[in-house]
Write a protein that binds this ligand. Structure first.
Ligand SMILES: [Fe+2]
Length: 292
């Protein structure tokens, strides 16, 4: 008779990727109950490292994935609601195999320029979560920039110049009209909503730290600038803050769950992959507060 071996209990490990950004989590199974202490450890790791990658969750059902995501807060609806997981309205789908209404590859939610999510909303998400369902052999990374560390690294006089600036945010800025996805363009043209005023430099409600915080394609203008000046200024600001030491490009493995603290970062999608291969991510957003 063979001895019964004890089941292996995985040990939670959180390993930093770089000094300023990123940590990888192994040794957790989100289909199993997670105790309060572990939950706090994971939450704090997102805030500290700006982006956390929980590996090895490819076995999760959508319901288990959603329950795992809800460990980090209440989920909110994605404003890009064209593609959702059946029966799970809080899980949206980003997939390069989707087509838009003109039959071209849809770019809903796959923004290749640095941004933070949903700045046109009064209360944008605090966390964006991306779960890898299908991944290309290489490329297709999500890049994240710690815009808190980057803000702190700016020269003091420049920091003083930008700290109290305000942005006017719409679904899509007029500067982006020419190259917009037709579905987003239509939504913008039908919208009668006045722009949402947001701080360009946001204070983190949990740590009190400041971070550069904007969505270039949703910024109609920085108050006091024309739309053209605004786009040039934001491009210059992007170049100043997205220095390699503040950024991490995560190339997905199937079953990775990426959690981004949107209040202290910018992110962008990578299109440098073979588009005959599928890149399919599920996105979930955790409800946030009013930025200040
Ligand atoms: Fe995004």
């Amino acid at each position: 008779m063979s001895a019964v071996l004890p089941a292996t209990i995985p040990t939670l490990q959180i390993t930093k990727v770089k000094e300023h950004i990123g940590a990888i989590v192994t040794g957790i199974d989100l289909s199993q109950p997670v105790d309060a202490a572990t939950r706090k450890k994971l939450y704090d790791a997102v805030v500290e490292n700006v982006v956390l990658v929980i590996r090895g969750q490819a076995h999760l059902t959508p319901a288990q994935l959603q329950a795992g995501a809800e460990l980090f807060g209440e989920l909110m609806e994605d404003q890009n609601r064209r593609y959702l997981v059946d029966g799970h309205p809080l899980i949206s789908v980003l997939d390069n195999f989707h087509k838009d209404s003109e039959g071209k590859p849809a770019k809903v939610g796959t923004n290749a320029t640095w941004h933070t999510d949903h700045t046109n909303q009064e209360m944008p998400p605090k966390f964006t979560m991306l779960y890898a369902v299908a991944v290309p052999d290489k490329g297709g990374a999500t890049s994240v920039c710690n815009s808190r560390a980057a803000y702190e690294g700016l020269p003091e006089d420049y920091r003083r110049k930008i700290t109290d600036m305000k942005t006017e945010n719409t679904l899509l800025s007029s500067a982006r009209f020419k190259i917009a996805n037709p579905d987003i363009l239509r939504a913008q043209l039908e919208s009668k909503k006045p722009p949402t005023i947001q701080p360009l430099v946001r204070t983190h409600p949990e740590t009190g730290t400041k971070a550069v915080w904007f969505h270039k394609s949703k910024t109609e203008r920085v108050i006091g600038m024309t739309p053209e000046e605004t786009q040039d200024f934001l491009q210059d600001l992007t170049d100043r803050i997205t220095q390699p030491q503040f950024c991490y490009a995560h190339e997905y493995q199937k079953g990775d769950l990426l959690i981004i603290d949107d209040r202290a970062s910018l992110h962008k999608a990578g299109f440098d992959f073979d588009h005959s291969q599928q890149r399919r991510l599920y996105r979930m957003l955790v409800r946030g507060d009013k930025p200040y």
